[in-house]
Design a protein around this ligand. Structure first.
Ligand SMILES: *[C@@H]1O[C@H](CO)[C@@H](O)[C@H](O)[C@H]1NC(C)=O
Ligand SMILES: *[C@@H]1O[C@H](CO)[C@@H](O)[C@H](O)[C@H]1NC(C)=O
Length: 385
């Protein structure tokens, strides 16, 4: 016992010398530096390698010629025509300085009528309404095709690259139509000059950071379009529009910040939000994220796109979980789930309002009067209403 005591006394005496104290202080400093370095490293992992591009002017600048800029959507099927018109109606509600163009297959007839009642076909009616209600310039195109491709849908996805051929304009912003425009996007036209600007695929771990074609700010150019065309002709079967632009413009793509320009519906199902928020310390507030998002893309694999009614069991399995509430006492916070379900419900309502007959949600598994109870969807028959 006495041995131990004298030993500890000896240590205490050693620690009280100036040299020892200096060593201890140095050790703490080193430890501090390490922690800071480690956190910086984490920040690098969650942040894209290139800084986000910022507009070079204010949208109010009177010298901007907005007629040089266009919002562009492409459609190749009736489903996507309705989606696109929904987006145009959102842009019309919000207002935009740049005008609107919709590319559609030249073999669609704007004057087609149903032989039975002589009313316009759903396609003809949608095209007409896009032009008359939402002031969209209709732009018929030959749908780009990859001759060796057997998958029509993949071939269709190249069509959005036709935006490179809109050389009468300085800049065009292409929007994927399985999305919701929630805020004014005009400022994106004012990003610094570049052949193309896109948001990152920040959710695609561990694939790493790549750019997404959900939103593309393109500088149309005959030279660039020729490069695109030749890249499409020689594309492999598993190369899509996104692969082509990522490859062609590897180091020239401007980075559109995902927050607030490219929120995914699937974000509300994720456990971590550091990638979207671009910070490990920022707290996730689903209501704030949604209210600030200017563009939201539906992506919830394996939950189908919102114009297809998801089977009830799939929905119950994959909808966002409630979290433990910050308020404590075992309370739960279901805002993620409520917002997510609301996104799908709002889409269905908007679709009915904007597109009407001929564009009803597909599959009859969950009727529109389904009831949400205890965090699950029920068929009205199941609860006897
Ligand atoms: C696209 O290519 C496929 C397969 O070669 C062909 O059947 C189809 O008619 C083409 N479509 C167009 C619009 O050229
Ligand atoms: C590209 O634009 C030019 C000029 O407007 C047009 O003649 C040509 O057909 C377009 N190419 C495609 C593939 O649409």
């Amino acid at each position: 016992m006495a041995g131990v005591r004298s030993y500890s006394r000896r240590i205490r005496r050693a620690l009280s010398t100036p040299a020892a104290q200096l060593t201890i202080v140095l050790l703490f400093i080193l430890l501090g530096i390490r922690i800071v370095l480690r956190n910086n490293w984490d920040a690098e992992e969650i942040a894209p390698p290139i800084a986000a591009a910022r507009p070079t002017k204010k949208v109010e600048d009177p010298n901007i010629d907005w007629s040089r800029f266009k919002y562009v959507q492409y459609v190749t099927t009736p489903e996507y025509l309705c989606n696109a018109v929904m987006i145009w109606s959102q842009i019309e509600e919000i207002g935009s300085r740049a005008n609107r163009i919709m590319m559609y297959p030249s073999n669609w007839n704007q004057d087609a009528v149903n032989p039975v009642d002589l009313q316009p076909t759903p396609i003809a009616r949608m095209l007409e309404e896009a032009a008359s209600k939402y002031f969209v310039q209709l732009y018929p195109v030959e749908v780009l095709n990859r001759s060796q491709s057997s998958e029509a849908t993949w071939a269709d996805s190249y069509t959005k690259l036709l935006a490179f051929n809109l050389t009468e304009f300085d800049r065009v912003l292409t929007l994927d139509s399985d999305s919701v425009v929630r805020g004014n996007l005009d400022e994106l036209f004012l990003l610094p000059p570049a052949p193309i600007a896109m948001p990152y695929v920040w959710w695609g771990q561990p694939a790493g950071w790549r750019y997404s074609s959900q939103l593309m700010l393109i500088t149309p150019s005959a030279v660039e379009f020729a490069r695109i065309e030749s890249a499409i002709t020689s594309a492999k079967d598993d190369e899509y529009d996104m692969d082509i632009v990522n490859k062609l413009y590897k180091d020239q793509i401007l980075h559109i910040p995902q927050n607030p320009y490219d929120l995914l519906s699937g974000e509300f199902r994720r456990a971590t939000h550091a990638q979207y928020l671009g910070s490990t310390s920022a707290a996730w507030d689903p209501e704030k994220a949604l209210s600030e998002a200017k563009f939201l893309h539906f992506s919830d694999w394996p939950v189908p796109k919102p114009w297809i009614r998801a089977p009830q069991d799939l929905l119950n399995k994959y909808m966002p979980r409630c979290r433990k509430s910050m308020a404590g006492f075992g309370a739960s916070d279901c805002r993620d789930r409520e917002i997510w379900l609301r996104l799908y419900l709002d889409f269905a309502l908007k679709r009915k309002e904007v597109c009407g007959k001929g564009f009803e949600l597909q599959s009859k598994e969950l009727p529109p009067n389904s009831i949400m109870a205890d965090g699950k969807w029920f068929h009205p028959d199941q609860i006897g209403t």
